[in-house]
Ligand binder design. Structure first.
Ligand SMILES: NC(=O)c1ccc[n+]([C@@H]2O[C@H](COP(=O)([O-])OP(=O)(O)OC[C@H]3O[C@@H](n4cnc5c(N)ncnc54)[C@H](O)[C@@H]3O)[C@@H](O)[C@H]2O)c1
Length: 261
């Protein structure tokens, strides 16, 4: 018996990166996967590869979620994975002093509004069966301040908190709908490309980004997917409102910790 057999799982932003890895892992565990992404072509490619259903869905669009609810009125697992840093189109300033309101709102519209809409869809789609698992992909950046990516950090912190509101609401409603968040640190996906570049200093930049990570490497999308499988499965039946860090040990210590030498 595979761990997610007979479960219908919706994954957002599943056309590439962590979302695609989660969709593949869910399919390997026997789930019916609804592969959604703003980019219809990449969703179609992943769905074809894993034998899933593809759907174009912009998580910040209420209309897109309503259309999904018509097509898939019931489901067992929703992974709110789609997210942006704000650096996809151009490396504009995202610090608290010079960031534009437009850029601030654009990041929140996807990362936070998208997660709110995804959780709302999920509760409604899970209520008839009275059970389900909602997995929100927050970030290590939701637990600490990031001066150069303030909107990203703010939106991910809000996702962390909303996860707990959803978890408590569902419990109050006597629904067995669990809601948990995953907090990855640097995971090597296309999201990093604008920051790594293709020049000769790419390797040095990569090393620089993980220099403070105790395990001294980027995480792999499959390593995040393994956690999502656990939270989606009935093995996690007693987990709700929890936050799982997957960060190579980054949050285990602090730069202020005394050194031994
Ligand atoms: N990669 C990391 O280091 C890292 C670390 C912590 C958290 N995360 C989070 O993990 C999630 C996935 O990140 P990734 O690294 O795989 O990113 P990615 O940029 O490689 O992939 C994101 C996917 O989301 C899709 N997408 C973007 N905007 C969308 C929208 N409005 N609606 C629907 N789909 C949309 C993109 O088309 C793309 O397929 C994000 O929420 C991200 O914030 C990533």
């Amino acid at each position: 018996m595979r761990r997610l057999s007979k479960k219908t799982c919706v994954v957002t932003g599943a056309g590439r990166g962590i979302g695609a890895a989660i969709a593949r892992a869910f399919a390997r565990e026997g789930a019916t996967v609804v592969v959604t992404d703003k980019d219809a072509d990449s969703a179609a490619d992943v769905a074809r590869e894993i034998g899933g259903q593809a759907r174009q869905l912009d998580v910040s669009s209420e209309q897109d979620w309503e259309a999904l609810a018509e097509a898939w009125p019931a489901c067992d697992v929703v992974v709110n994975n789609a997210g942006i840093t704000g650096f996809e189109e151009a490396l504009r300033p995202h610090d608290p002093e010079t960031a534009s309101l437009e850029d601030w709102r654009a990041v929140h519209a996807v990362n936070l509004d998208g997660t709110f809409l995804g959780c709302r869809y999920a509760i409604r789609a899970m209520r008839p069966r009275g059970a389900g698992s909602i997995i929100n992909i927050s970030s290590r950046s939701g637990l600490v301040g990031i001066p150069a990516a303030a909107a990203y950090a703010s939106s991910k912190a809000a996702v962390r908190n909303h996860t707990k509101s959803v978890a408590l609401y569902c419990a109050e409603q006597e629904l067995n709908i669990r809601c948990n968040s995953i907090h990855p640190a640097a995971v090597l996906t296309p999201m990093w490309e604008p920051m790594l570049g293709t020049g000769p200093d790419r390797e040095a930049r990569m090393a620089g980004f993980v220099a403070d990570t105790p395990l001294r490497r980027f995480g792999e999308p499959d390593e995040v997917a393994a956690l999502a499988v656990m939270l989606a499965s009935d093995e996690a039946a007693y987990m709700t409102g929890a936050e799982l860090n997957i960060d190579g040990g980054l949050l285990a210590g602090s730069a202020a910790a005394p050194k031994t030498e």
